[in-house]
Write a protein that binds this ligand. Structure first.
Ligand code: TMP
Length: 206
């Protein structure tokens, strides 16, 4: 990563209620104040097809098999990476993406019990092996995160505390496995204190 205005792909990860969406907004403003062109996007739902897949993934109220769920997230990713992320990075934009490959490993792998090596392989197919330049994992105590989610819960948020504890542990394992790419942020603190940690890492990169 150099100081010239090259495109970057930055992903934001963490269990539901970790506060990453607020941090994306703050980072977006900060980067714009430094005259960097940004795009804020998300998975699932960052492409037109993805919006439909997001609706199914978060709100379908019938039975969804674990494998079906995994493939829907991967389908969303394949469309998103090709039509949104790669196009934006090519135009030297900084892509701030709410969730990406590590969500599938943490949720469908560590929490639902799908085979992680297979998920890695499928993620590589979906992304054409393109990897984020940097990933933040917002790590927060699972009980605190659950309280932050509120009452209106989507399909995944309705999974209980034990599920979300597995998600959290999955992310911490991923951070150990990919220490260069993944930076763990202590998200138990105030919004300002959390953003200070993010800003420090970003300032080092830019
Ligand atoms: P969010 O956009 O509000 O974070 O909601 C997305 C939900 O989907 C969240 O509960 C995490 C879940 N998810 C997966 O289970 N696997 C994935 O690959 C992705 C991208 C999200």
């Amino acid at each position: 990563m150099t100081s010239d205005k090259k495109g970057l792909f930055i992903t934001f990860e963490g269990a539901d209620g970790c506060g990453k969406t607020t941090q994306i907004e703050l980072l977006d403003k900060y980067l714009k104040s430094k005259n960097r062109e940004t795009i804020v996007t998300l998975e699932p739902g960052g492409s037109d097809i993805g919006k439909k897949l997001r609706q199914i993934l978060l709100h379908y109220d019938g039975y969804v098999s674990d494998v079906c769920e995994m493939f829907l997230y991967l389908a969303d990713r394949a469309q998103h990476i090709e039509t949104v992320v790669l196009e934006s990075v090519k135009k030297n934009k900084i892509v701030l993406c709410d969730r990406h490959i590590d969500s599938t490993v943490a949720y469908q792998g560590y929490a639902r019990g799908q085979n992680i090596e297979q998920i890695d392989l499928l993620n590589n197919i979906a992304t054409k092996n393109y990897k984020p330049d940097l990933t933040f994992v917002f790590d927060v105590d699972s009980e605190i995160a659950q309280k932050r989610v509120g009452k209106e819960k989507d399909r995944l948020e309705k999974e209980g505390l034990e599920f979300h504890k597995k998600v959290r542990l999955g992310y911490l394992e991923l951070a150990k496995k990919y220490p260069n790419r993944i930076k763990v942020i202590n998200a138990n603190l105030s919004i300002e204190e959390v953003f200070e940690q993010v800003k420090k890492i970003i300032d080092e990169i830019l």
